[in-house]
Each structure stands twice: as structure tokens, then as C-alpha cells.
Design a protein around this ligand. Sequence first.
Ligand code: ADP
Ligand code: MG
Length: 246
Amino acid sequence: RIVSAVAAELIDVRKTFGPTVALDRVSLRAYEGEVHAIIGGNGSGKSTLAKVISGVLVPDSGQVSIFGKTATNPSESKALGIANVYQEVLVADECSVLDNLFLGADGLFATAEPREDRYAKAQRILSDLLGFDLDPNAIVGELPLSIKQWITIARGMLTNPRLLILDESSAALDFEATERLFKKMREMKAKGCAIFIVTHRIAELVRIADRATVLRDGVSVGALSKDEITEENILHLIAGPERERA
Ligand code: ADP
Ligand code: MG
């Protein structure tokens, strides 16, 4: 059996916001060519963990290593091949789909490619993800939320990431659309990309995840491998011992 390379390793990560302990003693290991799910209830620290992995947030203590290196800001994170698709659907409503797709986190164009090349790339990825052709010149503000969400996903994928983080990225997608997203994720996996998905939809992650980290109140209460990822196991871990006794 070929052993996959480690893509991300976190050791004893702690992150606080004032009096709030968002993450405490969180350790995990994620591998190239795998989908690693981060799961937990509301406020359990999932998005904070996603941002710590992508270098947007620096932990108070503990270690974060991505492909053996540590990113401490968005541009270092980009250089490591990390793309974080944030939970908040961040689009510029007054701009075209095309401009939104190639807008970097800093609001500047993330590529020096000529417009024709960007246009062709945009057309390709949009029809692939949406299942129909969307005019890259359309103004984003007039489009439904599901398409805005697709634009944020496509924006992350267009950077050709080695590590992609999707934070609740199927929230505005229906079942069929989510299936198209999963198909694309499987293609990226096959090329060795490591993918984190953050979700609270358990049925979804059972279908796609190769590994999972379960958070409860900022603490990792489970590191599951593929065969341990069942709805029953996950619900037990999320609920915790108090509710099991009740
Ligand atoms: P989840 O994504 O699992 O819903 P979050 O990671 O967003 O959880 O939040 C974890 C905890 O940290 C929550 O209590 C939340 O209110 C708090 N938190 C997250 N981000 C911030 C922030 N920027 N400032 C203050 N508190 C925050
Ligand atoms: Mg969140």
C-alpha cells in the first residue's frame, strides 16, 4: 500500500478571542489526495480551525505545519498552495463574474494572465461546476446566492491549490449541485490535492470524507478514519458524554 504524504499537521493548537476559547489542544493530520472533514456543532470552532490551517489566523500556541512549512499570513499561505473558501460568501456585487473569479484576497488581481485566457478558464470551470453555461461578463449582484457560492468555490479552485479548504461551501447548494461539487473534489483528490471540508451536514460528509476531525466546544473529540465515519459515530461524538447519559 502506498502511504500518502502528510499535507497538514496541527499539534496542540489553541486559539482564543478575548475570553472565548475557540480552539484548545487541537491536533490533527491530513493527507494528500484525501478529503478531511471538520465537523461539530455551531460555535464548536470549525471556521476558526479552517482559518488557522490556512494561515489567516495565528494560533496562541501550538504548531501548524502545511507541507512542512508554516504560513502566518494570506500571501504566505497562497505561496504554499493553500486556498480557503470562507464560510461567508464574499463577492463584489458590482463586478462581473470574471473579475470576481480572479480577485485575490487582497482585492487585487491574483493573476497576470491575459483577459482572454482568464475568460476561457472561467467559462470552463463555471460550466463544469454549475452544469450550464454562465456568461463570465454577468454582473454578480443580480445572480442568486447559490451561484455566488459557486463563484467563491471556483475562485479557490482556479488557484490550482495543493490544499483546498471548503467552509460550509455547500450551504446554498441543492443535492444535485452538491453532487457536482463532490465530483470535482474527487478529480482534485486524484491529482493529489488535500481537501478540508467543514460541514454540519453529516449525511453529506459520510459520502465524501476519507477522514474526519470532530470538534466539541473547541476540543477535538474524535479523529475518524474512513470506516469509522458513520452518522451514528459522529452524532455520539458531537453530543458528548453528558447527553449520552441523559
Ligand atoms: P463554527 O465555525 O464551528 O460555528 P467558529 O470557529 O466560527 O465556530 O467560532 C468558534 C467560537 O469562537 C465561537 O464562540 C465564536 O463566537 C468565537 N469566534 C469566532 N471568531 C471570532 C472573532 N473573530 N472574534 C470573537 N469571537 C470569535
Ligand atoms: Mg463556521
